[in-house]
Design a protein around this ligand. Structure first.
Ligand SMILES: NC(=O)c1ccc[n+]([C@@H]2O[C@H](COP(=O)([O-])OP(=O)(O)OC[C@H]3O[C@@H](n4cnc5c(N)ncnc54)[C@H](OP(=O)(O)O)[C@@H]3O)[C@@H](O)[C@H]2O)c1
Length: 324
């Protein structure tokens, strides 16, 4: 496993990391989550991604319990959380990045994670109803109070990220260091085009999500929806159209041909492809079982096999199915 700087910060993250969306508290109990984290750790992962909203706080509780049992030195791992949607009802508790919510939310997350600080904290979505200045000050204060070390955004527009960055620059506040966007072979526009200037101008690092497009890029949806897959989970129904899209599944079948030539699985090829982008600091993987973690971590060895010629062949396969 290689370690990359998180954007312009000095923090080094493993190029593959491990997150808990959908899985923790739904498919994985504390014991199984701990085994998956241990498998990722054994492969060199040092970053574990989480969010307040995942399983309504349960995902943080599970990670907190797992970390306690695993007893790794605190300096050696990086934990994140994210705020926006909230887990309780009320005008200042849902879909907001106002100061009152954020300052309360970090205390709840630290309690559930059983930690005195998180390393990374994200504004999980932009909040058009709160001035960016208020959010930037709150994130700055969260860091100054020792509750988080670095802050960033998730799925903010380039303009919103730049506005936050410039505001922090102007007032000598902690700047956003990283963004967490979706990035995979079928979802590329934001990372490759919209954010293009931010890597140099703002030193933005990326911690990207859904490298397998929720499992589509493993090839397992080519014959329909397996009963033990994310696509079969009732509340994940919104993914089914994409997971069973005939054009995308036909492209995955073609990618499998390249994977065979490279001596890897198509999942490993897809994850390695994300990591091959030098602007990506870490690719956050997800898994519902240990065998998937082990397979996915094998992608670290595939990155070097992605020569310009292989990348061009991959592009020619995917270009017909990704939006212009
Ligand atoms: N910031 C955001 O808004 C945001 C949004 C989404 C995710 N994230 C973060 O990114 C992380 C990764 O996202 P993701 O879970 O969507 O990643 P993904 O890699 O696109 O999908 C992971 C899912 O695919 C299936 N899978 C994984 N490896 C497999 C393999 N080798 N063979 C067969 N199936 C496999 C598993 O689901 P099944 O076994 O159930 O099919 C697994 O849970 C999340 O945990 C979270 O930390 C952030």
């Amino acid at each position: 496993m290689n370690y990359r700087r998180l954007g312009r910060s000095g923090l080094k993250v493993s190029e593959l990391s491990f997150g808990s969306w959908v899985t923790y508290g739904n498919q994985l109990d504390t014991g199984a989550a701990r085994e998956c984290m241990a498998a990722a750790w054994d492969a060199g992962v040092n970053f574990f991604d989480n969010a307040e909203v995942y399983a309504a706080g349960k995902s943080e509780e599970i990670m907190g319990e797992a970390l306690k049992k695993l007893a790794w030195p605190r300096l050696k791992y990086i934990v994140s959380t994210k705020f926006f949607w909230g887990i309780t009802d009320g005008p200042n508790e849902k879909s907001t990045l106002n100061r009152k919510y954020l300052m309360n939310a970090i205390d709840g997350s630290l309690r559930r994670l059983q930690l005195d600080h998180v390393d990374l904290v994200y504004c999980h979505r932009p909040d058009p109803a709160t001035p960016i200045e208020e959010t930037v000050w709150a994130m700055h204060d969260m860091i100054e109070r020792g509750k988080a070390l670095y802050w960033g955004t998730s799925e903010w527009s380039a303009a919103e990220i730049m506005a936050a960055w410039q505001l922090a620059e102007r007032h000598h506040l902690r700047k956003p260091v990283m963004e967490q966007p979706e990035y995979n072979l079928f979802h590329r526009g934001r990372v490759e085009r919209e954010y293009a200037r931010l890597y140099e101008d703002a030193g933005l690092g990326l911690t990207t999500w859904s490298p397998l497009a929720s499992g589509l890029l493993t090839g397992k949806y080519r014959a329909g929806i397996p009963p033990d897959s994310r696509g079969a989970i009732p509340r994940m129904k919104f993914l089914v159209g994409d997971l069973t899209d005939p054009a995308k599944n036909a492209a995955v079948a073609k990618l499998e041909g390249i994977a065979v030539e490279l001596g890897c699985s198509v999942a490993q090829l897809a994850i390695a492809w994300c990591a091959a982008n030098a602007n990506v600091s870490t690719v956050i993987t997800g898994a519902s079982r240990v065998s998937q973690v082990r397979e996915n971590m094998g992608a670290a060895d595939v990155i070097a096999r992605l020569t310009p010629e292989v990348m061009a062949r991959i592009d020619s396969i995917t270009k017909s199915v990704i939006p212009a």
